[in-house]
Write a protein that binds this ligand. Structure first.
Ligand SMILES: Nc1ncnc2c1ncn2[C@@H]1O[C@H](COP(=O)(O)OP(=O)(O)O)[C@@H](O)[C@H]1O
Ligand SMILES: [Mg+2]
Length: 495
């Protein structure tokens, strides 16, 4: 629209121009009205009539154009443009208006008019001044565009948008929550996983302990049954061997006497008067080879005696072995003293084969059965001596302490233990030694004693290099129910 509406354009005749303008107005599809400077409506076109529901006749020539828009009288944008006071426009349109970018001096605005039509209308309206040729304002023209549909669509869109945003917000919140839950879940899973792992480690440890306990149980079961057997056998053999041994002493002295007597007879032989008697005696002496008998009987006797001594020794070992569980006093004892005296006892067995080196640490007294501990040391030292070959070796006895325990080691430079034998050395009667040299009871005895002390016995060995046995014992004997029971029984038995 051209705002420089020249009312006197065309022929220069104002009335003619007015008619032309009216026709133009009427035919124009955009609702338009015009007022003069007295705010009297000069034009009100068809589109305006349709849009606002007020006829041209009702409006033209009046100042009632406000009625088409508002329930109360007030100036329209066209009225305000005539006065040209922008402050007034501001006051009435509360900043909802703006200057037109196309038409100088024109303003436009958009608003909702609840009075128009059944349910009101959104109108976009533009008002521009009408000037005469000299540029003098002679009126104002206002065009109205019904933007209800657009606004409704916009509103719907905005609503939909708002809805969408709220949905998105809700979804986002839900997602965040789900995410949080998932994270929680993951955290819990990780925790559960760690817990599971820990349990597994615990279980593995328990399992290991169990299998160790089982091994010990098997070992101690073996010891217990062997112990009973040994005790029975030892008891049965002990008596006959006892009297054989003492009879043997007597027999020896009788034999000595008999040989003396025989010597006397031999001396008297020469003075036998009857020649046939003398011949018979001589023949007999030669037949039985008396000289040989005289030589051989003592050596037979010696061998037999040695045999009997050996049997007694075995029986003694068996008795010791079966007595592992017999009751003794738990006392506080100096381990070093026990080791020293034991080394003295076995020095005969050791001194030709090895040097004994003592490497004692500073250790406290321990609560133990000293005689049994001595027995352990003796068995270990004797084994060490046996393991050393023809070349002179070394036996090192070490002691030390740490965390409520003391330990003692017997290390040798001997043969070492073959892998296939290693798992059996603590078994009763397992021996690799020649018949008569080993009973196979030493280590199982030691094992039983150490177990009774709630300690442990370990071995490390290298074939051809040597072996080291380490015995670890608690400083204080942890009494258990079985010990107490035994002590009670022993007390009752001694009464
Ligand atoms: N220090 C050692 N060096 C090498 N082998 C050893 C040692 N101690 C023990 N053994 C082995 O363990 C076996 C069992 O020992 P033990 O129970 O004392 O019975 P024994 O000494 O009567 O054979 C021995 O025969 C030997 O093979
Ligand atoms: Mg032995």
């Amino acid at each position: 629209m051209n705002a420089h509406f020249d009312t006197q354009s065309g022929s220069g005749d104002a009335a003619h121009a007015g008619i032309e303008l009216s026709e133009f107005f009427d035919g124009h599809p955009v609702a338009t009205f015009a007022i003069n400077t007295d705010h009297v409506v000069t034009h009100w076109n068809k589109a305006c009539e349709q849009l606002l529901g007020w006829s041209k006749e009702e409006m033209v020539g009046t100042q009632n154009h406000w009625q088409a828009f508002y329930p109360k009288q007030r100036p329209l944008l066209a009225d305000l443009i005539i006065s040209g006071e922008e402050d007034e426009i501001d006051r009435h349109y509360l900043g909802k208006h703006k200057r037109s970018t196309l038409i100088p001096g024109a303003f436009e605005s958009e608003d909702f008019f609840p009075n128009i039509g059944e349910s009101g209308h959104w109108l976009h309206f533009t008002a521009a001044p009408l000037r005469d040729r000299q540029g003098q304002v002679v009126g104002a023209i206002e065009t109205l565009r019904d933007v209800t549909e657009r606004r409704v669509a916009e509103n719907a869109l905005r609503k939909a948008h708002d809805n969408l945003e709220s949905v998105i917000e809700k979804r986002t919140a839900q997602l965040a929550e789900v995410n949080g839950r998932l994270e929680d879940d993951i955290r819990q899973r990780q925790l559960a996983d760690a817990e599971l792992r820990r349990r597994n480690v615990e279980l593995e440890q328990l399992n290991e302990q169990l299998s160790m306990a089982q091994q010990q149980l098997v070992q101690s079961e073996k010891l217990a049954s062997i112990g009973q057997l040994a005790a029975g056998v030892a008891h049965e053999i002990n008596n006959p061997i006892g009297y054989i041994f003492s009879n043997f002493g007597t027999l020896q002295s009788y034999l000595d006497q008999l040989f003396e007597m025989l010597a006397a007879y031999q001396d008297a032989e020469a003075s036998i008067a009857a020649p046939e008697v003398a011949a018979r005696v001589r023949a007999m002496r030669e037949r039985i080879d008396l000289d040989f008998l005289r030589e051989d009987i003592p050596s037979l006797m010696d061998e037999s005696k040695e045999g009997i001594v050996r049997v007694r020794h075995i029986v003694q070992d068996l008795k010791d072995f079966s007595r592992v569980d017999a009751n003794q006093e738990w006392v506080w004892a100096d381990l070093h003293q026990g080791i020293d005296s034991t080394l003295n006892i076995v020095s005969n067995e050791v001194k030709y084969k090895a040097d004994v080196v003592k490497e004692y640490g500073a250790i406290p007294d321990i609560e133990c059965l000293p005689l049994q501990i001595n027995q352990v040391v003796m068995n270990l030292v004797v084994n060490a001596a046996h393991a050393i070959g023809p070349e002179r070796g070394r036996i090192t006895v070490r002691t030390g302490t740490g965390c409520d325990q003391v330990w003692l080691e017997v290390a040798d430079t001997g043969s070492g233990i073959a892998p296939e034998a290693l798992s059996r050395i603590f078994d009763p009667f397992f021996t690799t030694k020649a018949v008569g040299k080993g009973t196979g009871l030493g280590l199982s005895l030691a094992y039983g004693i150490v177990q009774k002390h709630k300690g442990k016995i370990e071995v490390s060995t290298e074939l051809g290099k040597g072996t080291c046995f380490r015995v670890t014992l608690p400083i204080r004997h942890p009494a258990d129910a079985r010990d107490n029971q035994e002590a009670k029984e022993a007390k009752e038995a001694s009464q």
